[in-house]
Write a protein that binds this ligand. Structure first.
Ligand code: GDP
Ligand code: MG
Length: 309
């Protein structure tokens, strides 16, 4: 017999919880949106493709709901290298078993890559909410309305929400649309947990973000960061990180003139990690060459890419 209190009581039945995937082509603002929705920097962001290389969960706990957002690598075309194939696989795999999908586009442009993303999400059987991001850049503002109408005619989106992940406008409206469509379920994560990723993973990602942001056109995409040692003491976190590149010439770029680039990257990453962990951080960076790792499925998996990584 049902009782008025306890896990099976009315409180549990009123609760909603589910997985919401954020998908779109590279650079539309998926990770920026994840961070805005959670109110913390979980996923790293930059204007470069391949910034997000993993499935990252951002967990938002409210009074009567828990939304588990799934950030994904951007779906892109022409996946010639193994790393691009693995990133596409990671993004597509993240679409399995979600309750809702948010497809992002940016501004009032619908590109060929957006077209491909739409083709992928239209094969799913879950509702798709369209988020039109970067509306802060749209001039004149009135251009948004015909764009919404155009897209509404292309696919039966459950809702279309214009927003700015960077500035926050429209983000609450998006959350409301999602909340209404979550299935009834008890929470899946403890209320104070905001991601499924370890401190170690977050540290590697912050270092990679600084590299992606600071290295301009010369950024060697075949670059990854591996944490070799991570020791958390009461007041200090000691981190030894390896930056893997594919060629000796890339190593030179990452180290920079007289070591200036690596030093600047290390300083910026350390300051952010000190804020993140609320402790002093000692960060040591080493650059090493591992030829062809980004073309080698085995090396990719051992460096933490792909399924379940
Ligand atoms: P992702 O590849 O889809 O995860 O895109 P990111 O979140 O890494 O963002 C790509 C770039 O777009 C970054 O430089 C962001 O600062 C920028 N960006 C994201 N959202 C907005 C937005 O709402 N407005 C503007 N102007 N820029 C944005
Ligand atoms: Mg991203």
């Amino acid at each position: 017999m049902a009782t008025e209190t306890g896990a099976g009581g009315p409180a549990a039945q009123d609760h909603r919880c589910g997985f919401v995937a954020l998908v779109g082509r590279p650079n539309v603002g998926k990770s920026t949106l994840l961070n805005r929705l959670i109110g913390e920097k979980i996923s790293i962001t930059s204007s470069k493709p391949q910034t997000t290389r993993h499935r990252v969960l951002g967990i938002r706990t409210l009074d009567r709901a828990q939304i588990v957002y799934v950030d994904t690598p951007g779906l892109h075309r022409g996946a010639r290298r193994a790393i691009n194939r693995v990133l596409n696989e990671t993004a597509l795999a993240a679409l399995q078993d979600v309750d809702l999908v948010v497809m992002l586009v940016a501004g009032t442009r619908f590109t060929d890559e957006d077209e491909q993303v739409l083709a992928a999400v239209s094969r799913l059987s879950v509702p798709v909410v369209l988020a039109i991001n970067k509306v802060d850049r749209v001039r004149p503002k009135t251009a948004i309305l015909p764009f919404i109408q155009q897209l509404a005619g292309r696919f039966p989106f459950a809702a279309i929400v214009p927003l700015s992940a960077l500035h926050g406008d429209g983000v609450e409206a998006l959350e409301q649309e999602l909340l209404q469509r979550l299935p009834p379920s008890p929470p899946l994560f403890p209320p104070d947990q905001i991601t499924d990723r370890s401190a170690r993973f977050l540290a590697a990602e912050r270092v990679r973000e600084k590299l992606f942001r600071k290295l301009g056109e010369e950024l060697p995409y075949g670059l990854t960061v591996e944490i070799e040692r991570f020791e958390e003491g009461e007041r200090l976190v000691r981190i030894h990180a390896l930056v893997w590149v594919e060629r000796p010439s890339h190593k030179k770029i990452v180290i920079g003139h007289k070591g200036a680039m690596l030093k600047a990257v290390g300083r910026e990453a350390r300051l952010e990690l000190e804020r993140l962990f609320g402790k002093r951080v000692y960060l040591e960076l080493w650059v090493k060459v591992k030829e062809g790792w980004a073309d080698d499925e085995r090396a990719l998996h051992s460096l933490g890419y792909g399924r379940d990584a």
